[in-house]
Design a binder for this molecule. Sequence first.
Ligand code: B12
Ligand code: SF4
Ligand code: SF4
Length: 246
Amino acid sequence: MNEKVKIWVERFVVGDFWRKPLVGFCDAEDVEKLKKDIPNHLMPDEILKSAKSVIVYFIPFTRNVVRSNVGGIFSSKLWARAYVETNELIVSLNDFISRKLENLGYASATIPPTHNFDEVELLSDWSHKHIAYLAGLGTFGMHTLIITEKGCCGRLGSLVTSAVFEYGEPLREEFCLHKRGLKCLKCVKRCVFGALTESGLNKRRCYEVLLENDRFHSDLPLTDVCGKCCCGVPCDLRKPDGAAEI
Ligand code: B12
Ligand code: SF4
Ligand code: SF4
C-alpha cells in the first residue's frame, strides 16, 4: 500500500518546477503527541471520523527555481509562480489520491496547502511540518522549515485517510548544521529583513515582508512569499552533509 501511494504521487508531480517528491506516512494516533505542545492542533479524527493515517509528501523545487530566488530583495518571479502552481498542484494531487483510495474502499479528507491559518496569531490548527517530522520526512531547521533529504525548498501537502500503512518515525539524525553544532546560521544572515534572528522567527515581521512581495507580484494571484532564508543556504536543495562554507 505504501508503494502504491508513492507511485501515484511521483506520477502526478511532473513539470518544470519540481523534482521527484518524497512521501511519508504517519499513524493518526501519533498526532495526539502534538497536543502537549500545540493545544489547538486538530486530531485526524476531528477531520475524518474513521481516520487511521496521515499521508504527507514534500514536493521539492528544482535548482532553477531555488537559484532564481537567491539574489535581490523581492522574491523572484519564478519562486512566486512556483508557489502558486505548487499550491494548485497540492489541491489536485490530494483530490487525486482521495479518489484512488475511495476506489479501494477507503475514506479520506484533504487539507489545504496553506492559508489555513489565523491572520492575527499567524498560527494554523494543522501543521504539515509537524506531520512531516512525525513521519520521518525531515527535521526542523534553524529557519523553522522542515529540511528533508531533498532540502527545504519546496512545499508540503498532507491528507487524512482510513487506510492503514507502514509508518515512519521521527529521524534520529539532525539535518540542520547549526543544530548539529556546526558553523552555519546562513539562513539568519540571508534574512536581511530582521524577521529571522538567532533567537527565533518574528512571524509578524516575516508576514509583512511576504505581503510586500504579494504587492510586488501584483500580476499573479496571492503570492505571500519571500523564501530568502531558505535559498542559497546549505540545506536548500539537499540535506547538508558537512560544515557550511562561510
Ligand atoms: C502560518 C504559516 C506561516 C507564517 C508563520 C511561519 C512560522 N514559521 O510559524 C508566515 C506567514 C510568517 C510564514 C512564512 C513562510 N512560510 Co509558511 N506556513 C504557515 C502555515 C500556513 C501554518 C504554520 C503553522 O502555524 N503551523 C502550526 C504550528 C504550531 O506549527 P509549526 O508552524 O510547524 O511551528 C512549530 C515548529 O516551528 C516547531 N519546532 C521548531 N523546532 C522544532 C523542533 C522539534 C524537534 C519539533 C518537534 C518541533 C519544532 O515549533 C513550533 C511551535 O510548536 C504552513 C502550512 C500549514 N498549515 O502547515 C505554511 C508553511 C509552514 N510555510 C511554508 C513556507 C515555505 C513559508 C515561507 C518560505 C514563504 C514562502 N513560501 O516563500 C516563509 C518562511 C518563514 C520561516 N522562516 O519560517 C511551508 C514550509 C515548507 C517546509 N520545507 O517546511 C509550509 C508548510 C507551507 C507548505 N504547504 O509547504 N508561514
Ligand atoms: S541554513 Fe544552516 S543553520 Fe539555517 S537551517 Fe539550514 S543548515 Fe540550519
Ligand atoms: S521568509 Fe523572508 S522575511 Fe521571512 S524569515 Fe525568511 S528571509 Fe526573513
